[in-house]
Design a protein around this ligand. Structure first.
Ligand code: NIG
Ligand code: FE
Length: 412
């Protein structure tokens, strides 16, 4: 099956020579081809270029993209899409003056989601989660990382990871699974934190590794959750079982999580709302990707990650949604890109780089996703007719996507 897209107004994120990520001043450069064509053979990008160089080939299908921009599908490297129920009541409680922390301290928050998840069947969790996955695919996401972390029991965590595995088998988007047993301390371990960590390390991790249910290990390193020492212990155990760390740090406090992540060669450190200069310094000359989650800042009214400082320090940055029932009930990468431009003062070029190639890096799929490169998956967004790609962040509340192709097939 060969598909030819012609008359593309502008083809974005064209990388003839593949890159795994872009950093610092490179982030401001978004290579494009105006008036372009793109050829898809089976599920891969096989050729692209300017219309005047269009080769004569036999194709099965032609898409005329006149007036439309084409770009690689978003790579969302941080989500909690698999969950049960919702936390609408806590949303209203926050409007009425309670903080996220106060709600968590009285048994709401992550523990509330864990209670619902443990009471819900695996089939039902799958049914609820697939609706969200299908929604984000139609919003242009072509690769997504999904975490466990609402089980907090061995049965619950394994159930979540099996749902993630089933989603990855049934949908064409790239899905990476992360084990986040260390998301919070369950109530029956409140007075015995070492006991829960022991359960993570000696009961959950061996099962997960044996059944190949996760590639990454995550820990919520934060005051009141997992300390730096506990985070390091769990990261080491994860590494011993073949999992690479990708961790939650600096959401509410800067307590040394970034330094711990860097020390254990984490693939990414995510959240970064509260950063001091030493935290930025610690990321220099490392392979650890800083990941910002602006929809979380928006929804909780907490600071935005200091993207400008991070980029000005020569570092890369990734944008992801954090889609979860408590802090970010939205998986819309278009909104994330717009919010990064509007609130974090990232340029459209920087934001698109952060949401495509850098997102692919932060979930370990940059060899196959995140740019227009020959041989990569044909995961593409075709916009509606627009004046320029600036519209994507500028018209922040509009849906500018006309169609999404995953592995060369148009979503219906
Ligand atoms: O990334 N910060 C930790 N975990 C999630 C929120 C969890 C929840 O409230 O359910 C996050 O924001
Ligand atoms: Fe998260």
């Amino acid at each position: 099956m060969t598909t030819l897209i012609i008359n593309i107004k502008e083809l974005l994120q064209v990388r003839e020579t593949p890159v795994s990520k872009v950093s610092g001043p490179e982030m401001a450069i978004l290579p494009t081809i105006k008036n372009a064509f793109l050829i898809i053979k089976n599920n891969l990008i096989s050729d692209f270029g300017a219309m005047e160089n269009l080769p004569e080939i036999k194709v099965d299908k032609i898409i005329d993209a006149k007036g439309r921009v084409v770009l690689p599908a978003w790579c969302d490297s941080h989500t909690h899409i698999v969950y049960a129920g919702n936390r609408e009541q806590e949303f209203v409680d926050r409007i009425n003056g309670f903080t996220y922390e106060e709600i968590a301290n009285r048994g709401g928050g992550i523990l509330n989601s864990a209670k619902i998840l443990n009471e819900t069947s695996e089939e039902e969790i799958y049914e609820q989660s697939k609706v969200r996955l299908e929604e984000v695919m139609h919003l242009g996401t072509g690769a997504v990382e999904i975490k466990s972390g609402y089980g907090l029991t061995i049965e619950g965590e394994l159930k979540m990871l099996r749902v993630i595995k089933k989603l990855s088998q049934n949908y064409p988007v790239a899905i990476k699974a992360t084990f986040l047993g260390a998301h919070a301390f369950p109530s029956y371990y409140k007075e015995n934190k070492a006991g829960y960590i022991d359960e993570i390390i000696n009961k959950m991790l061996p099962e997960i590794a044996e059944n190949k249910l996760a590639e990454y290990i995550d820990i919520f390193c934060e005051s009141g959750y997992f300390s730096v020492a506990e985070t390091e212990k769990i990261m080491q155990a994860g590494i011993d079982f073949g999992l690479k760390p990708k961790i939650h740090v600096n959401q509410f406090n800067s307590i040394g999580g970034i330094q711990a992540g860097v020390k254990f060669k984490a693939l990414s450190v995510d959240h970064l709302e509260i950063m001091n200069p030493e935290d930025i310094e610690a990321l220099k000359n490392t392979e650890t990707m800083p990941v910002a989650l602006p929809s979380c800042s928006y929804f909780l009214s907490i600071p935005y990650a200091p993207a400008r400082e991070i980029i000005n320090a020569g570092l890369p940055i990734t944008l992801a949604t954090d889609f979860n029932p408590g802090s970010t009930p939205s998986g819309n990468m278009n909104f994330v890109v717009a919010t990064a431009c509007i609130k974090m003062k990232m340029t459209p070029e920087e934001a698109i780089n952060a949401a495509t190639i850098n997102g692919a890096y932060a979930m370990g799929v940059s060899e196959t996703h995140g740019s227009i490169t020959k041989g990569k998956k044909a995961n593409l967004i075709i916009t509606k007719p627009i004046s320029s790609y600036y519209q994507i962040p500028y018209a922040f509340g509009s849906n500018l996507i006309e169609s999404v192709l995953i592995e060369g097939k148009t979503l219906t």
